[in-house]
Design a protein around this ligand. Structure first.
Ligand SMILES: [Zn+2]
Ligand SMILES: [Zn+2]
Length: 282
């Protein structure tokens, strides 16, 4: 465990890039072997906007990284946060850090984006992919990346989390997000067993169903039990799943990057309908 943490303390950017690219490549190939849906799409053309948004996510996180470092250093210096208040074995510390980062930095960050109107406008871009595959994992509007970054920083503050643990969490998160977005079909028993601990492909696909109430369920990123604890877990047979957003049918996987970037800031009647509908449900 010491070696693992020491590695993530100084993980080179090239290794982080390798994890990202290696993950996409692995699941990309797996999608040919065990596809969930046989999309009638050109895989590279579909991937382009999603890879663009992956790049903007990296840039946003890179620009803001100093805030996360400062927050972490401050908690360590002032002995503030859950990990700093108790003397715990290293492996327990790491587990608690992963849980806090996943709950506050990912589950909560995702939940508020479905519940707060301006945030939903940004997060909508993720849901407009009508051919969800491994490249959809980081289809996040830059504004959404800022919200996610702020929640991760909040998690670091509350948890008193050292930066090495954040880098470990982010590396695991990248690969597992690619895994649960991948257009792959695992055996039903395996998928449902996995979904008791981590978010499985079938579980996250339900979140991408085009209609409420399914869109507002299964918010999990790494761990699936938050949704079971907070009553937002749901199941829907994969063959019944239709991707997209029902009130925003004119935006899909084919929509150009420029339009996706400006969509949250435009008075769009479909967007308003989407928001009103979510209000009515919530
Ligand atoms: Zn969502
Ligand atoms: Zn998703």
């Amino acid at each position: 465990m010491e070696n693992l943490i020491a590695y993530f303390e100084t993980i080179p950017s090239s290794h982080r890039s390798l994890i990202l690219v290696g993950g996409i490549t692995f699941f990309w190939v797996l999608e040919y072997i065990i596809p969930l849906f046989r999309f009638d799409y050109r895989k590279f053309r579909h991937a382009w906007p999603n890879l663009f948004f992956t790049l903007t996510t990296i840039i946003v996180n890179f620009i803001l990284a100093f805030l996360l470092f400062m927050t972490s250093n401050w908690t360590l210096q002032h002995k503030f946060g859950v990990l700093q208040w108790f003397e715990l074995p290293l492996w327990v510390q790491v587990c608690i850090a992963l849980l806090i980062l996943d709950l506050v930095g990912a589950w909560f960050a995702h939940w508020i984006q479905h519940k707060i109107k301006p945030f939903w406008r940004l997060h909508l871009i993720h849901h407009t992919d009508t051919c969800v595959d491994t490249t959809t994992a980081n289809r996040h509007h830059p504004g959404e990346s800022v919200i996610r970054f702020a929640c991760t920083t909040l998690a670091v503050f509350l948890g008193g989390v050292p930066v090495a643990y954040v880098l470990l969490y982010q590396s695991v998160s990248v690969v597992l997000s690619q895994f649960n977005h991948a257009n792959i079909k695992l055996p039903d028993v395996l998928d449902s067993m996995i979904s008791w601990v981590i978010v499985s492909p079938d579980m996250h696909k339900v979140h991408h169903h085009y209609k409420l109430p399914y869109t507002d369920t299964n918010y999990g990123n790494i761990f699936s039990f938050w949704d079971r604890i907070f009553g937002t877990f749901s199941v829907l047979e994969p063959k019944k799943i239709i991707y997209g957003v029902d009130t925003c049918p004119e935006v899909d996987s084919q929509t150009r990057i420029g339009r996706l970037l400006t969509l949250p800031f435009k008075g769009n009647k479909h967007l308003e309908k989407t928001i009103e509908k979510k209000d009515a449900q919530g």
